[in-house]
Design a protein around this ligand. Sequence first.
Ligand code: SAM
Length: 238
Amino acid sequence: MKYYEMHDEVYENISRIGKVSWDGLDTAEELFNHEINLAIAKRVDHYFPKKENKKAIDFGCGTGTVTLYLANLGFEVKGFDISPKAIEMANENKTALKLNAEFKACDLTQLNNLEADLTVDSSLLHCLVESEHRRKFFDLCSDLTFIHTMIESEDMSEMTGREHLTFKDGILWSTGPDRWEMDWHNIDGRKMFKHRRISSEKGFLQEVEKNGFEVLEYDLKVNEKNPCTLIGWIKRKK
Ligand SMILES: C[S@@+](CC[C@H](N)C(=O)[O-])C[C@H]1O[C@@H](n2cnc3c(N)ncnc32)[C@H](O)[C@@H]1O
């Protein structure tokens, strides 16, 4: 089992309690007001005054939160997610909202040569912990990419205060059920797997640069529940 394949089980649980998205929204209509979409809304007209015939790809689309928002703006959109359950729910949300979009269950780290005018990291990148997977993410990005990702804050206690998590060396480690065949590590005497990469602001900006992109603009949002969120737009250097 790859460390990011556990998300499918999360979506099974989300669906069981009748919610329509990763962060527990009740109806498809509420997806449009998700904080990622509100952040995209601030600048999307600047980068795409016209959306018709523009192709967008949503990385880690989950139940279609961003894919369907972009479709509603007029983009031709595809959403990719590793979780078949999430894709099933995304298609249900698509039907509820009467929109067009193409959803596919796949492992992004196994894809090649995607064509798009805009790619969106709708909170996928911090799920990719290993360097080779993160390099692959940047390879797949189009010339313009919107980023929404977790960044280390000075105080990570809110997150590490949770029973099943520990933050060490830029990695959020998690415990999990024994039945998961993970690459388990002994972290402070507990059996844990690499769950999230949470880089420092400086480390993340260096990674973007190293992968051939320049940062056009970004903001750091300090959350009540840390870590911070980096919201920004990056462009492939010519
Ligand atoms: C934090 S969730 C965000 C979901 C959605 N974008 C939203 O905001 O509602 C991250 C998503 O990335 C997906 N994911 C993680 N690793 C992946 C991979 N290797 N390939 C495709 N999707 C992946 C997970 O299944 C999960 O749906």
